[in-house]
Design a protein around this ligand. Sequence first.
Ligand SMILES: *Cc1c(COP(=O)(O)O)cnc(C)c1O
Length: 383
Amino acid sequence: MLSFPIYLDYNSTTPVDGEVLNEMLPLFNKNFGNPASKTHKYGWEAEEYVEIAREKIADLIHATPHEIIFTSGATEAINLGIKGVAEYAHEKGNHIITCKTEHKAVLDTCHSLEKNGFEITFLETDSNGHIDLNILLKSIRKETLLVCLMYANNETGVIHPIEEVSEITRSKNVLLFVDGTQGVGKIPVDVEKSRIDLMAFSSHKIYGPKGCGALYLRRKNPRVTLVPQMDGGGHERGFRSGTLNTAGIVGFGKAAEICSSRMEHDYKLIETLRNKLENALTSDKNIHVNGDTKNRLPNVSNLSFGKMDGAFLITSLKNIAIASGSACTSANPEPSHVLLAMGLTKQKTGSSVRFSLGRFTTEEEIDYTIEYVLEVVKKLNKI
Ligand SMILES: *Cc1c(COP(=O)(O)O)cnc(C)c1O
């Protein structure tokens, strides 16, 4: 039985996995202790729960548990990582490199630093969404502190060659900050192998609860440090004060564990369904894929619909839940900054919509979506 609208917006957020929810429930009223309470069993127990979750989350990205700092989500982790390093190292330099197709959380954090005297280089991409590594290399100066790049793009799914990027940042003694929010949990992300120095990611994009995320902060080769952005009780080894969201963290931990064990299985199934959807829709000559289709997440299909207005199309597609550009900017319906940065025309950008599939997407849903979208497009074309 299909239930409407069919959810195809997993890059905006995911439902909490049933197993995750079950693990979280006791943390609200039974094991409700504060992990910072060191004087009784309630506190000790809560701390144990948090540390078990920390291990599972570290495992998912091949880090060690003490390299994980819990935050309220990826946005906070991005602010903490980028502003924290900038503040810590501002005497060494004032230059940061990022890319025009980054998430607003990264771009706006960089703009905020710009107002405080930092210089930011916003790299261009080609029409596939890729940066030019030679230009990246040439952009690094002796004042450069950080290169901030996302693992995978939330709108197009395009995956940056992080290992090649880190080869460059390492050779130049510059730190590499990665927004891993869309890559972690979907594809293997290994901070050791990829020599990532800092990485932000989020629970609610990997079937955990909202309001919980993490910053990976490398402890050796090199040991990275930063200035905390919140003052208080010195939680999380002083890097992020505030009572821990224990239920959220336990859910995040379970979600990470499930992703670790199901990744290959989910990847194949989701990719097969995405390809089925994409191949069927692009059989219409007016419908095109945006972004590189080789180095891409398995669950995303960003499509432009010819002369159609994307916003109008989405309103007409009442039976499916999809996004225009990025959901995070759709509060103000501007054309996608990502697609524009890739050089798409305003018109093509305006006709683009994002389908993002997930663990609970079924073949039945995709079959329905294919027929439904093609039918609605046909109808709209007649008008
Ligand atoms: C969702 C998302 C964020 C923001 O994450 P929150 O946990 O919601 O703050 C940042 N970057 C990317 C690439 C995202 O997809």
